[in-house]
Write a protein that binds this ligand. Structure first.
Ligand code: AMP
Length: 122
């Protein structure tokens, strides 16, 4: 998937549109999801131009990948959700309904989140 720098998260990174920032460092930016699906719903994005999970895994440097996941850990601690628990999720491609083509992880927390996924047979 080629990266399109016109996506909304690229605009947030360039400061062209605002976000409700939670955390930022050299590798990652975290901000509140505009349509929260849990009491805590934060998105963590890498600063580099990676469209989706495969692109990030294939093309980001070791430093970018390590820095990104360390940022996820810092965000969860900063949010105070580590003890009660949280869920991280990445949507990739059409079956997962990925909407924004800049790789990101969702952090959901703040209540019991139920089972992992709707079952295939449901
Ligand atoms: P995904 O389906 O994984 O691509 O999810 C994209 C997420 O980005 C959705 O949960 C949207 O609510 C969220 N989103 C879209 N635009 C913005 C924005 N400007 N600020 C914060 N979150 C956004």
């Amino acid at each position: 998937m080629a990266y399109d720098s016109g996506n909304v998260f690229a605009k947030i990174l360039r400061g062209e549109i605002p976000c409700d920032k939670v955390y930022e460092d050299d590798h990652a930016l975290a901000f509140k999801d505009i349509r929260p699906q849990a009491p805590v719903h934060v998105l963590v994005i890498p600063k580099g131009p990676y469209a989706d999970t495969d692109d990030f895994a294939d093309n980001a440097s070791d430093a970018e990948i390590a820095g990104f996941f360390r940022a996820v850990g810092k965000v969860s601690k900063q949010l105070g959700v580590s003890d009660a628990g949280y869920r991280i999720l990445a949507n990739h491609g059409p079956h997962a309904h990925q909407e924004v083509m800049h790789f990101h992880l969702h952090i959901f927390a703040g209540r019991d989140l139920g089972g992992m996924i709707k079952r295939f047979s449901d």
